[in-house]
Design a binder for this molecule. Structure first.
Ligand SMILES: [Zn+2]
Length: 394
């Protein structure tokens, strides 16, 4: 048996709507809470090649909050199986030998549950090494689930034990602290975002959002591409500091984006009737690292004709696609990462970047309400990443 946080039902839509805008503590303590702390059976090994992992630290991701609070598109309801234990940003310790990795190895998780983990013949995406694009995430050895942390059979990082397939495991180099290792998965996603951005040499980039997704994207863009000016949209003082430390050229407040991008890129600024300002001209690449209608809308409206907009945060719905048509923008999704190479680069970033203090809140499982509330208000509270500390909840 193990202690775990379990998402066991969807938040009703009418409550989800009310949860927008900071009412999350009420949701978590009320009778409609979609998540609960339970004692449940440990997940079973699905097949050969699987092993148990004891999470040590497990991060709380924006996509977790979106799923818990019903802010995510119902599109994803076909890609999960309930009840599940959330948590896909994990550093933990192997409890069994797993192929070449001996029991006791410290590992981080690539959460994507692709063909290899599911024991099915590789789909076209997996065969080409793009496991994040796997087409078989609903079949095979385990129940539907795009990732560990959304699948009923695997457990997740917010519980005492999870099971993972060898294809999901990366050994942590000695000397890399747990506090840095837990950031490797989100850093791998940021590496993938930088790759998907296809920034031209010296190109101008706008990163819309300075939560963990935006800050890590800024770091990866600066370290791994030849981007010129990288402007980061940030609200809070600590976010501004970190964005600078991670390579931002300048920091822009949300309400000054069109004006500031116009000046930096010599664009024309237009103010349409009863609609938001937009530019003719603008940045070469914009990265939406929030996923809100406003954030994506801003990214689309300040990207130059023929430019590229990368959707990096889990999106909500409703942005105006007029600029995509009129400016012939390329909209590129960035979901998870392509595994091996992205994780190699992420381990390098985790070791070299100034990440001390980035995990700013650590909670045992039984303080889950505080943890989720802290994660929801992280930006305002000057925290980048909140994590569950499983060492203290056993
Ligand atoms: Zn596949």
């Amino acid at each position: 048996m193990m202690l775990a946080l379990e998402m066991y039902r969807s938040l009703p839509r009418y409550i989800a709507a009310r949860a927008m805008g900071g009412r999350i503590p009420g949701i978590l303590t009320g009778p409609a809470a979609p998540v609960r702390l339970v004692t449940r059976d440990e997940p079973r090994l699905a097949a050969p090649g699987w092993a148990r992992v004891k999470p040590v630290l497990s991060g709380i991701c924006g996509s977790d909050l979106g799923a818990l609070f019903g802010q995510t598109s119902l599109y994803f309801s076909a890609l999960v199986s309930m009840p599940f234990v959330p948590g896909h940003e994990v550093v933990g310790v192997l409890q069994d030998d797993c192929d070449d990795l001996p029991k006791g190895t410290r590992v981080v998780l690539d959460p994507v549950l692709s063909c290899a983990a599911r024991g099915v013949e590789r789909c076209e995406s997996c065969a080409s090494g793009q496991t994040n694009r796997c087409d078989r995430i609903t079949v095979g050895h385990v129940s539907p689930g795009l990732q560990t942390g959304y699948c009923a059979d695997t457990g997740g990082g917010w519980g005492g034990v999870l099971v993972a397939h060898r294809s999901q495991l990366h050994a942590v180099p000695e000397g890399l602290s747990d506090e840095r290792a837990v950031l490797v998965e989100p850093l791998a996603c940021a590496v993938h975002t930088a790759q998907r951005a296809e920034v031209p040499d010296g190109g101008s980039v706008l990163v819309s959002g300075a939560g963990a997704v935006g800050l890590f994207a800024t770091l990866a863009l600066r370290e791994l591409t030849n981007a010129g000016r990288i402007s980061v949209v940030a609200k809070h003082p600590r976010q501004r500091e970190l964005a600078k430390a991670f390579g931002a050229s300048d920091i822009v407040a949300p309400d000054e984006v069109p004006a500031r991008v116009r000046r930096a890129t010599q664009a024309f600024r237009l103010a349409p009737e009863r609609s938001a300002e937009f530019l003719l001209g603008g940045v070469d690449v914009a990265v939406d690292a929030v996923g809100s209608k406003d954030s994506l809308g801003t990214a689309l409206r300040v990207t130059k004709a023929g430019g590229r907009v990368v959707v990096s945060g889990m999106p909500s719905t409703g942005a105006d696609l007029s600029p995509v048509w009129f400016r012939e923008l390329t909209v590129a999704g960035s979901y998870a990462s392509r595994g091996g190479d992205a994780f190699d680069k992420a381990f390098d970033l985790a070791a070299s970047a100034s990440l001390d203090g980035v995990v700013g809140g650590r909670y045992p499982l039984y303080r889950w309400r505080e943890a989720l509330d802290h994660a929801h208000s992280a930006g305002r509270l000057g925290t980048v990443k909140v994590a569950f500390d499983l060492r203290s909840s056993r």
